[in-house]
Design a protein. Structure first.
Length: 196
């Protein structure tokens, strides 16, 4: 099949909107402003590339990175939901995100849009080693960030160790050494009073 650059222009232009979606993580080195979702996706992709050596099962890092770069695009329509909001809010968010994925990936030629949608769904379901590792990276990055900012969004929202462990439980199987690292960091965070 032959494509022209114009077949991709609407999708590529749409991606700019991800830069306006603000997250809960604040960047203390940049006037304490909120991180945006585009920055987050880039940061998770590089984190995955750097930490791929800790994956417990063989992974295809190029697929992992592609999933990571695609996973938050839906926030253009659905917005960002704080990781520790209630489960009811997460269920509603999941519906919004699926609708957004269909619309945004629908801006692409059908075969490419379908492939991106399949990767996005694979990430969300986290049933494959690639998706489990990708999702684990998305979940552990805020740990690094909150540790650097002395509890940051954890302190602001009264987050507990149990909440963080539950959110990062995929690490136990996808990257056990990173699970051990998480435990060390959370113990330190508790001694510093950064967790409720």
């Amino acid at each position: 099949m032959s494509f022209s650059p114009s077949d991709f222009s609407a999708f590529i232009s749409e991606l700019d909107h991800l830069k306006r979606v603000k997250r809960q993580i604040r960047l203390p080195f940049d006037d304490n402003r909120k991180e945006n979702s585009a920055e987050h996706s880039w940061h998770v992709a590089l984190t995955a590339s750097t930490l791929a050596r800790f994956a417990h099962e063989p992974i295809d890092i190029s697929r992992v990175i592609q999933m990571i770069l695609l996973h938050d695009i839906v926030e253009i329509d659905a917005g960002d939901l704080f990781a520790f909001d209630t489960s009811n809010q997460h269920e509603e968010q999941a519906r919004k995100e699926l609708d957004a994925a269909k619309r945004i990936f629908g801006l692409l030629p059908t075969d490419i849009g379908s492939r991106y949608l399949a990767l996005w769904i694979e990430f969300e379901e986290a049933n494959t080693p690639d998706a489990q590792f990708a999702k684990s990276m998305d979940r552990i990055l805020p740990v690094f960030q909150n540790m650097r900012s002395e509890g940051g969004s954890w302190r602001a929202h009264g987050i507990t160790r149990i909440q963080i462990e539950k959110r990062n439980v995929l690490l136990k199987t996808s990257a056990p050494k990173l699970w051990d690292y998480l435990q060390e960091q959370l113990t330190y965070a508790q001694t510093q009073g950064w967790l409720s």
